[in-house]
Design a binder for this molecule. Structure first.
Ligand SMILES: [Zn+2]
Ligand SMILES: [Zn+2]
Length: 776
């Protein structure tokens, strides 16, 4: 196992890549190297209940014995216990559910099972694996938005193992449960794959879809066993239990082997001569995208199969394009062996790219997100993380794409110009010695619960006994509100949905369907963006990148959900400006610390994209600002906010004219650091700072959840305010820049073009704040 036969790829020497990094590290950029040791695998014998037919099929695919975690989870599920298996990427979690599900479908020719994946791509992947294993008569089949009408009828009538996603369960299956009654009556297992992705508001939605499924099943007399698979996460049993609403037993000891990984932390160098007067958008550090593109190109030259994770769609396109350009100059024949891959591509494009990487036609891929990638895409030689992915759980999941048993691999985390990233590459303890976060979801969010109670009532009248399933007291009070509002009607036999049409609920919480990006001249569909980001990403005049090609948006039609574009490669980029107002609706909790106040409560946020700037690529020179005519968006959500008296600011040495800049700088940095204490990323939250707010009558900084009703992030920030604000202060104070940079107080999503900002004064404000707040 230790020496891969002088293999197809000649390199595969992560040490050489690391050497190259170290050489460049002379510039002081390699901040830390961590060796993650190899793990030895542990197999156990097949449990007696696994039928020989299944063992033979598995043996034919090279699986002669299960890893210990696969057996443990499978046997628990087989015995009727709800189970969550939470182990690393590539540890073979699929087998943990395949064993009990297929054994049960074999033993009872009428039994059925349901498999849920968060994405269509993953369901299609699983189908390929099941096709090879499923005994005759099981007929595994995908049932999703891409399934044709005739196929759907066939699946309903004949498949005993249906693969779908929560959205389809919610919109397509539960509302027509009567046509599925035969299938649901015989349902033995429900598999919830990648269950850690059901977090925040989306997680709360899915939790209620699963409760609705359980209720409908109970009506038909079935009570399926739940098998959940999660990436490595803190306390998976609690999160899984909240998701399905049942006690769940965890299996967390990973019995699969893996190779050692060298983990390098990399901070791009400061560029000389780009300080004062270089234009508002001039980068101060070399961009993480450029570093990632160079690393990707290097790795490809060495023959290493490499995956670069990039946070934004646009970033993935840019990294692929730049890597291609680097290769075109150095080793031209390799230039077309790198591609971009992201959510929003059409299914055919995704399949084609996956196939090319698996076959070795492609050596490098710049990808937005692990989730859209096929599960087979593991065992790579190197992974480049362009920026911290927001949580340790996702960091380890992305890193897990590299490394095969008996082989060394390399993972490089390239810090973006961002306060959290710069904090982490200088505090490796916070990466390597902190436990992986728990998945946060809150099924009690009334904004989520209410609509699902309506869906449930439309499926089958709600009875008082049902309310226990949906959360007890909170469900009762939500039902009362729905009755008062006329959505539900009370009858002797329960609560009924009153309208003719079905309730409309969007699980992804983006408010409306995705916006299609269409090329005006040809009518060709290029891809989609979700409705929530359409105002920002594809407003009229925006420059939009797709597969490395540049388009300019002619018109965003919100009514029809279409952005019309034409191909054009202008030498400017576009930057939308957002105007935000916050008003306080209620205060739920507060700390009165004399001149300082800390609050948690409900706020109403009004946001509007009003204009955009065009900036020259390369220099950042502002060409012009153009107005936009987009409607405002309303958001009622949870916020944490702090106030500080003008007197305290004066004694801290912050003169009144710089107060707006000091607060704004502190706001930006604190939003950047919030993911340190809550499982969110900075794009899940918003902020507002003001030298005088009408509702608080004081200088105030608000930080709010970007989802209706909140997602639990601001609440975490309130309870961990000391740690959060201390890390914020430390990040700003220790940043080497003069007057503020993206690694400390500038924000990439600032609606005010990062103006005004006062770095030194922000530190003084935070000092005053921390001195006044009681410890803990
Ligand atoms: Zn800085
Ligand atoms: Zn700002």
């Amino acid at each position: 196992m230790t020496s891969p036969a002088a293999s197809a790829s000649r390199l595969v020497d992560p040490a050489r890549l690391l050497d190259r990094l170290t050489a460049r590290g002379a510039e002081g950029c390699l901040t830390h190297v961590q060796r993650v040791p190899a793990r030895v695998g542990r197999t156990v014998p097949w449990p007696d209940w696994v039928p020989s037919e299944l063992r033979e099929l598995l043996a034919a695919r090279g699986i002669t014995a299960p890893w210990s975690h696969q057996e443990a989870a499978a046997t628990l599920a087989h015995s009727g216990t709800h189970v969550v298996v939470s182990t690393g990427t590539g540890s073979g979690k699929s087998l943990a559910y395949q064993l009990p599900v297929l054994a049960s479908l074999l033993a009872d020719p009428r039994a059925t099972a349901l498999y849920l994946a968060p994405t269509k791509a993953l369901a299609a992947d699983q189908l390929r694996g099941l096709d090879a294993l499923a005994p005759g008569g099981v007929r595994p089949a995908v049932y999703d938005g891409d399934t044709s009408r005739e196929e759907r009828e066939w699946v309903r009538a004949h498949s005993r193992l249906v693969l779908t996603n929560p959205d389809m369960l919610h919109r397509g299956i539960l509302p027509r449960h009567d046509t599925w009654s035969g299938y649901l009556r015989r349902l033995r297992y429900v598999v919830v794959d990648e269950c850690h992705t059901y977090r925040g508001v989306f997680g709360s939605h899915v939790a209620h879809v699963l409760r609705r499924l359980r209720r409908v099943c109970a009506r038909y007399g079935s009570a399926p066993v739940f098998i959940l698979a999660s990436a490595t996460a803190g306390d998976p049993a609690t999160a899984a239990g909240r998701l399905v609403g049942l006690p769940v037993t965890p299996v967390t000891e990973d019995g699969s082997p893996r190779g050692a990984v060298t983990f390098a932390l990399w901070e791009p160098p400061l560029l000389p001569g780009l300080g004062e007067g270089a234009g508002d958008a001039a980068p101060i550090r070399r961009s993480a995208l450029r570093e990632a593109a160079d690393l990707l190109a290097d790795a490809i030259v060495h023959g290493a199969r490499t995956l670069a994770f990039v946070r934004s769609r646009r970033g993935a396109e840019v990294v692929a394009t730049m890597a291609r350009r680097v290769l075109a100059e150095s080793v031209p024949e390799l230039a077309d062996r790198v591609a971009a891959y992201r959510a929003g591509y059409l299914r055919e494009e995704r399949r084609e790219i996956e196939r090319a990487l698996l076959s070795g036609e492609l050596l490098g891929l710049a990808s937005t997100n692990a989730l859209e990638l096929g599960v087979d895409l593991v065992g790579l030689d190197a992974v480049v993380l362009t920026g911290y992915p927001g949580t340790l759980a996702s960091m380890w999941q992305q890193a897990g794409r590299a490394g095969r048993a008996g082989r060394e691999s390399l993972c490089v985390l390239v810090a973006r110009d961002d306060p959290l990233d710069s904090y982490l590459v200088h505090h490796p303890v916070a990466l390597f010695e902190r436990p992986v976060e728990a998945t946060v979801l809150d099924p009690g969010n009334p904004y989520v619960l209410g609509p699902h109670l309506c869906c449930a009532a439309a499926e089958l009248p709600l009875t008082p006994a049902d309310l226990e399933l949906f959360g007890g007291a909170v469900a009762q009070s939500t039902v009362n509100t729905l009755v008062t509002g006329g959505a539900l009607r009370r009858r002797p036999s329960g609560w009924y949905w009153t309208a003719k049409e079905r309730p409309d609920v969007d699980l992804r919480g983006t408010g409306g369907g995705p916006v299609a990006i269409v090329e005006s001249a040809t009518g060709r569909l290029l891809g989609t963006v979700d409705a929530g980001s359409a105002h920002v990403q594809v407003h009229s005049g925006a420059v939009h990148l797709h597969q490395g090609r540049s388009y300019v948006v002619d018109e965003l039609d919100l009514e029809d959900g279409v952005a019309l574009v034409h191909a054009e490669e202008p030498d400017w980029s576009t930057h939308p400006r957002d105007v935000t107002n916050v008003s306080v609706v209620s205060v739920d909790s507060y700390v009165d610390a004399g001149p300082v106040g800390l609050f948690l409560g409900t706020v109403e946020v009004t946001g509007q994209v009003v204009s955009y700037q065009r900036r020259r690529i390369g220099t950042g020179e502002i060409l012009d600002t153009r107005p936009l005519d987009l409607p405002p968006r309303q958001l009622r959500t949870t916020a944490v906010w702090w106030t500080i008296s003008p007197g305290a600011l004066a004694s801290a040495g912050v003169d009144w004219p710089v107060v707006p800049g000091a607060l704004h700088a502190a706001e930006h940095a604190s939003i950047g650091l919030l993911p340190l204490v809550a499982t969110c990323d900075r794009w899940d939250i918003g902020g507002l700072s003001t030298a005088m707010h009408p509702d608080t009558d004081a200088p105030t900084v608000f930080v709010y959840d970007g989802h209706p009703g909140g997602a639990g992030f601001a609440e975490r920030a309130y309870h961990a305010a000391g740690d959060w604000l201390r890390a914020t202060r430390e990040t700003i104070a220790s940043c080497a820049c003069e007057t503020g940079c993206p690694s400390c107080v500038q924000s990439p999503k600032c609606g005010n073009g990062n103006d005004p900002l006062a770095k030194a004064e922000a530190v003084r404000v935070l000092d005053a704040l921390l001195a006044a707040l009681p410890p803990g």
